[in-house]
Design a protein around this ligand. Sequence first.
Ligand SMILES: NC(=O)c1ccc[n+]([C@@H]2O[C@H](COP(=O)([O-])OP(=O)(O)OC[C@H]3O[C@@H](n4cnc5c(N)ncnc54)[C@H](OP(=O)(O)O)[C@@H]3O)[C@@H](O)[C@H]2O)c1
Length: 294
Amino acid sequence: MNRYGRPDGWEAPREPPADSRPRILLLGASGFVGGGLWHRWAPRHAVVGTYATRPAPGLVRLDLRDEARLAALAADGFDLVVHAAGLVPLEAAEADPALAHRLNVRPVEVLLDALRGSAAKLVLLSSDNVFDGTRPRYTEADPRSPVNVYGRTKVAAEDLLLAEGGHLIVRIPLVFGRGPWANTFLSRLAAPTTPARTDLVCAPVYLPSIAPALARLWHHTGVVHYGGADVVTRFELMSRVQQALDLPTRVVPTQGTAAGSGCRRPPRLVLRSTRHRLLGPTLDSALAHLAATF
Ligand SMILES: NC(=O)c1ccc[n+]([C@@H]2O[C@H](COP(=O)([O-])OP(=O)(O)OC[C@H]3O[C@@H](n4cnc5c(N)ncnc54)[C@H](OP(=O)(O)O)[C@@H]3O)[C@@H](O)[C@H]2O)c1
């Protein structure tokens, strides 16, 4: 039994001791993933978090396009600059490739310039969308071949870090869970019906598990993957979440063309690592935790 009274509910691992806790700048703390990181780190670390349009308590405003301010903030003596900000919805990136480049690539150049010569490490959150989804699984050694604009901007940003050396790229898959303020994932289940693809396979990762995983990965440099334990279709994932939370939505199976998205999506994205043994919690244990904390 864990502290939620469940036999198998996921539990957050312990934090490292205080003297090994870095000072962190968290870009995109108002977002879904950044919010999950902020929620976990703010009580434990010296962390400065940023927002652009959605203010939240304790966060400072920063537009990634204000390059002077971005550079000045990044160079303010942090140990880690965790970059979780940018243009994330795939359709939005597809509709405006120039904006996607402006928000997902150019700020990385500015950050690398600002951090050059300092001891700070840049941790870039990247995506499984750097792959085309034609292989059964992807490790860090697999070649990237993005099929959409979002994926191409992620590849371009990764290339900047790889050329510089000494920094870290953490590729994550589809994230599920409840964000502290930006509920991007659960808001999909708020309508009377929720369309979900049966032809897209993923190994999704549970939001609260990402912060403790990053804390165990940030000594790495180069690329690491952090994938979820279970491989499911989008439809299975949404149905399992709907059932676990007993939500009054009907999850409706859809397929590519019927889904009506103008953006190509890789059909199967399963991230695995050859550099470490860390995997996200199983769907069963993550959903037990989500239901107990909903
Ligand atoms: N969610 C996933 O399933 C997933 C999967 C793989 C990888 N990732 C990666 O994880 C990271 C975070 O994704 P997310 O899902 O949390 O996205 P999100 O909820 O859309 O959050 C994006 C963040 O970027 C900020 N932002 C947007 N435009 C900005 C600008 N012009 N200046 C400064 N900040 C700006 C947003 O600030 P405001 O909200 O305040 O405007 C927000 O904090 C991204 O790098 C994404 O590629 C996410």
